[in-house]
Ligand binder design. Structure first.
Ligand SMILES: NC(=O)C1=CN([C@@H]2O[C@H](COP(=O)(O)OP(=O)(O)OC[C@H]3O[C@@H](n4cnc5c(N)ncnc54)[C@H](OP(=O)(O)O)[C@@H]3O)[C@@H](O)[C@H]2O)[C@@H](O)CC1
Ligand SMILES: [K+]
Length: 499
């Protein structure tokens, strides 16, 4: 896992470490790391035109020292001192190395490399002038942009961006990742993120946010003793007279997600379609009076997924109530979430509940504003998990999974092409398969998001070659690419199913 810490925790660890080190040592480590990332950027240090954007705090200090290092290696370094004051030793070091100070902002236009040292973790609120103007000018230049610690204008703890921010190609961050580098909108400004070890690690507490690596994703693998029951039986309630496609897609996600068996229940047209496409499912046709008894009609399952395409009428409400009335893990998605917005009482239960809303659905669920959720995803997903007593998977530009008392999981896979009808249904079936296998719900949701996003990337660019173009995908293409996504995971697993 890549660990990210909010600013308060970084500051505490920094204080403790600083007290144990000679003065200036931490900044030297940070600056050296920053310079080492910058040096190989074409046309490489010697003869390149480097512009430093220097703010009034230590972020500017790091940048000046890194600039001095590059100047000693032959780069032409010019610093724009944009703050009300400037880090004195840093400035002395730059001058001693042959770097210059300039008030001419046009140097940005011709730069090969711009290093953004306006604000780091000390930033708050939208960028003030002249920082905002400098950020805009930098965006218009052809220079490679390297942000020091955090792109200025991005809130390091939350990823919020108020107004203008530096758009970086690379962000060189110190000691630990910051949540704002993982979570949109901030993540979009960060580019490639490089972590520099400055010795903070042992002094850091539990992370606030984590982003899994491939080896952290461990869906269960069948052992020689596995049978279909031990691998997990998923009960899937999806589709209605009006919406049948969602049922086919959710069933596909579950089948390709490795469920030992999928028991599918719905109205006749949805059942017919699911049987046609996924004959391996065991189906139950629900007549009008059957809804409340869906649990006993379907038979023994280990988890439920309810919601895709079920509509939002009374019948749908009764289906959601029946699933949540069980003592099994339940994933509620799509129409099921709309039903829950008016029946939050159904969430009072002891077994785990996983909710998979996009921002609009979450807005209805917690009575918030959709734009506010998009702007402050981390805050809202945490709030929702606490308020709804559920594991909440917030879909979108960066998918987040929150469970109260645990770090928020940020999904590193995915592609903007996933924003198309039906892909959410695939995710709910896939995650449901993991829940049915007995995987802890936070891990199930994290694995679901990861594999779904990876499958989508494979579907968009199947050959995985540099420079390969991308094509639009359907939800069905994501299902088709799921086996390939699974195969990229390492074979070993510490968790082998409910066995
Ligand atoms: N932590 C670590 O382990 C290490 C940390 N290190 C480095 O220290 C950095 C933190 O330095 P820092 O504390 O001096 O704060 P920093 O980010 O430079 O900004 C403060 C200045 O910005 C200003 N300002 C704020 N918001 C603004 C806005 N919207 N628009 C305009 N201005 C705004 C604010 O002005 P004020 O609001 O107070 O008037 C204040 O003057 C950190 O990111 C890393 O690079 C490394 O050297 C070593 C290891
Ligand atoms: K910065």
């Amino acid at each position: 896992m890549r660990h990210a810490h909010e600013v308060g925790k970084v500051r505490e660890a920094e204080q403790a470490l600083m007290a144990a080190l000679p003065e200036g040592e931490l900044m030297r480590r940070a600056a050296r790391g920053l310079a080492a990332v910058c040096a190989p950027i074409p046309p490489r240090a010697y003869g390149s035109r480097v512009v430093l954007l220097v703010g009034s705090g230590d972020n500017g200090g790091d940048t000046l020292f890194a600039g001095a290092w590059l100047a000693r290696r032959g780069a032409g370094v010019e610093a724009i001192l944009a703050g009300s004051k400037t880090h004195e030793q840093g400035l002395r070091a730059l001058r001693a190395a042959g770097g210059r100070v300039t008030a001419d902002e046009a140097v940005i236009d011709a730069a090969d490399l711009v290093i953004d040292g306006l604000v780091g973790i000390g930033g708050h609120g939208g960028l003030r002038e002249p920082y905002a103007r400098l950020a805009e000018r930098t965006a218009a230049s052809a220079a490679v942009v390297v942000a020091c610690d955090v792109p200025s204008g991005v809130d390091a703890s939350t990823g919020e961006v108020e107004g203008v921010a530096i758009t970086a190609d690379v962000t060189v961050t110190f000691g630990t990742y910051k949540p704002g580098l993982f979570v949109d909108p901030g993540a979009r400004y960060a580019g490639v993120v490089e972590l520099i070890d400055i010795g903070l690690g042992p002094r850091l507490p539990e992370p606030d946010v984590v982003a899994p690596h491939s080896e952290d994703i461990r869906p269960p693998r069948p052992s020689p003793e596995s049978d279909k029951y031990r691998r997990g039986v998923l009960g899937l309630i999806a589709g209605s007279e009006q919406f049948t496609g969602a049922a086919v897609l959710a069933a596909g996600g579950a089948v390709r997600g490795g469920a030992g068996m999928v028991r599918f229940a719905s109205v006749r047209p949805a059942v017919d379609l699911v049987r046609q496409r996924w004959p391996e499912t065991v189906t139950t046709v629900l007549e009008a009076g059957d809804v409340a008894d869906v649990g006993s009609l379907v038979g023994r399952v280990q988890a439920w997924v309810v919601g895709p395409g079920i509509g939002t009428d009374e019948r749908a409400e009764a289906l959601v109530a029946a699933a949540l009335g069980s003592d099994l893990p339940v994933l509620v998605d799509a129409d099921g979430l709309t039903v829950l917005a008016r029946r939050r009482d159904l969430l009072r239960r002891t077994a785990p509940t996983v909710l998979t809303p996009h921002a609009g659905e979450l807005a209805r669920l917690i009575g918030a504003d959709r734009e506010a959720i998009e702007a402050r995803r981390l805050e809202h997903v945490r709030e929702a998990a606490a308020e709804l007593s559920a594991i909440v998977l917030l879909k979108g530009s960066t998918t987040l999974v929150a469970q109260t008392g645990r770090p928020v999981h940020v999904n590193p896979t995915g592609t903007p092409w996933l924003a198309t009808a039906g892909t959410g249904d695939v995710l709910s079936g896939l995650t449901g398969a993991f829940l049915a296998s007995g995987m802890p719900p936070l891990d199930a949701a994290t694995a679901g998001a990861y594999l779904h996003g990876l499958a989508a990337r494979f579907a968009v660019a199947p050959h995985d070659r540099p420079g390969e173009g991308q094509a639009p995908i359907s939800a069905y293409d994501v299902i088709t690419a799921l086996p390939r996504a699974f195969r990229t995971l390492s074979g070993d697993t510490t968790w082998a199913g409910p066995g």
